[in-house]
Design a protein around this ligand. Structure first.
Ligand code: BT5
Length: 258
């Protein structure tokens, strides 16, 4: 791993803690340990390989060493009263989507709530996790994993998977992409509350205008037309004539896929 180049990228920004590992259990777990034992507002943990990398709801993210990017950003002292995890997941996905578009010229889609797609296949997943003191959000960890090279794609996945190199004929520079993602992420976090973020997310929202189902633990909790996103990053589903519902958790499925 090119530690020096990676350190240089992180050092350009105002990270108070920078850690990188050749191998670690999970960068999100390490980021939580740091946030639990310090008072920082911005930190980053990067790993070339994770042995126990987590997806949502106890699922796993698998990626061989050196085949992609995996890191967790610590956003401390959030002091948010509302649940911002959905919106933060969207911001992470948007930072990756914009960076890949800027560097490759390829269009991306965002499959709510946390997947970034190239040609309708997943190459990136986001895992936002919060720590609460009573009703107040104490800190937030934004974990990002993305497949760059062909060897990154695991054998079996719950949704078709790809890597950037599979869809792009040019060369992808891992360090340059990391730099772009971090820069975009920090810019988006600065304008966090802006309507522009929801607009950018909606423009890339996969399955918009189509019939979808939302499932929670494999149980269908809603079916209808996917209309768009609300200001918290929740999905708006048209469930009937003049009826809409907003959803903040679950997995999205296209009905023809089922
Ligand atoms: C995610 O969960 O997609 C979130 C992945 C977040 C990983 C980052 S890496 C840095 C940080 N540290 C961590 O410990 N985690 C974060 P979810 O939507 O639940 O998707 C998980 C599912 O994606 C799995 O059940 C597989 O089916 C599939 N999957 C696993 N590895 C994949 C890969 N490399 N590419 C595409 N799909 C994959």
């Amino acid at each position: 791993m090119d530690n020096k180049k990676i350190y240089k990228i992180f050092n350009k920004h105002s990270f108070q803690v920078i850690e990188f590992y050749d191998s670690i259990g999970s960068t999100n777990d390490r980021a939580m340990n740091i946030a639990n034992s310090s008072d920082i507002t911005l930190g980053i943990v990067f790993a070339d390989y994770q042995t126990m990398c987590r997806g949502r709801t106890n699922r796993k993210w698998e990626m061989p060493p050196g085949s992609g990017l995996a890191f967790s950003v610590i956003l401390g002292n959030c002091a948010a009263k509302e649940n911002v995890l959905g919106r933060m997941t969207g911001i992470g996905a948007l930072a990756v989507a914009m960076s890949v578009e800027e560097l490759t010229g390829l269009p991306t889609k965002i499959k709510w709530p946390n997947d970034v797609l190239l040609k309708n296949k997943k190459f990136c997943g986001i895992l936002a996790e919060g720590n609460w003191i009573g009703n107040d959000l104490n800190y937030l960890i934004l974990g990002i994993g993305l497949n760059i090279f062909k060897g990154a794609i695991p054998g079996k996945t719950n949704f078709p998977a790809t890597a950037i190199e599979n869809e792009y004929s040019g060369k992808v520079n891992r360090i340059e992409l990391l730099d772009q993602i971090i820069s975009n992420l920090l810019k988006l976090l600065e304008v966090d509350k802006s309507d522009q973020i929801i607009k950018e997310l909606e423009e890339r929202l996969a399955f918009r205008g189509e019939q979808v189902q939302i499932k929670n633990n494999d149980r269908v909790i809603c079916s209808g037309e996917l209309l768009g996103l609300d200001d918290k990053g929740g999905l708006i589903i048209k469930t009937g004539e003049d009826q809409k519902k907003n959803f903040y958790y679950g997995d999205l499925h296209l009905i023809v896929d089922l």
